[in-house]
Design a protein. Structure first.
Length: 205
């Protein structure tokens, strides 16, 4: 297979290789893969190959609407090369489309890895909190949802309502954010009262 025989290179799936037995046709490109590997990773592909889908028994399967470069990157995670650790293959520029593809093909392990990457990045940057919450809602990402709500407590109500995606926050998550904001404000008020009491006691002394 091209770009696999050379040590340290990532597969590009452009040629038949090591008993590959099915071809995915994406944007007029042919990607040579293995039925067993895809079936193990994806219940969707498993049904294609084993049930009465029209794809059953076909040597070529067309995937309309998909981008070849994106699907190749998904396949490179399924078929890790010798040069890259699996965790190194998920990056800022690809984690979202990889998650979307993995979600469509029910590849739960890859969905979790992409979600973990986004959560780690969000905790570090604290940017795009509401955007990530909406993304979590769309793909039912519970860990990302909890993290987004937790971080949203540091927003003011004005910042929250000014966000262009404010209207897309579902009722349950909006309630969670408001509860976190209230808890934060209560702690700040309690801390302020404690400081004020300490100053009064010191001046009285």
């Amino acid at each position: 297979m091209a770009a696999v025989e050379g040590k340290g290179e990532s597969p590009d799936f452009s040629q038949p290789w090591k008993f590959s037995d099915v071809v995915l046709v994406v944007e007029d490109r042919k990607l040579h893969v293995h039925r067993a590997v895809l079936a193990l990773c994806s219940p969707v592909f498993e049904k294609m190959f084993t049930s009465e889908f029209q794809e059953k028994g076909k040597n070529e399967i067309s995937l309309p609407g998909k981008k070849a470069n994106e699907l190749i990157q998904l396949l490179q995670i399924i078929y890790p090369s010798v040069s890259e650790k699996p965790t190194d293959q998920i990056k800022e520029e690809n984690c979202r489309f990889l998650l979307q593809l993995a979600d469509e093909y029910q590849m739960d392990a890859i969905v979790r890895r992409c979600e973990d990457y986004i959560v780690t990045t969000l905790k570090r940057t604290r940017k795009g909190i509401i955007e990530e919450l909406i993304f979590a809602q769309t793909y039912n990402l519970q860990k990302l949802k909890r993290t987004s709500i937790e971080l949203a407590k540091d927003l003011s109500l004005q910042e929250l309502k000014r966000n262009k995606l404010y209207g897309k926050i579902n009722a349950e998550n909006l309630q969670g954010i408001l509860e976190e904001i209230i808890i934060r404000l209560e702690k700040e008020v309690s801390s302020f009262k404690g400081q004020k009491r300490s100053v009064r006691e010191w001046t009285d002394w």
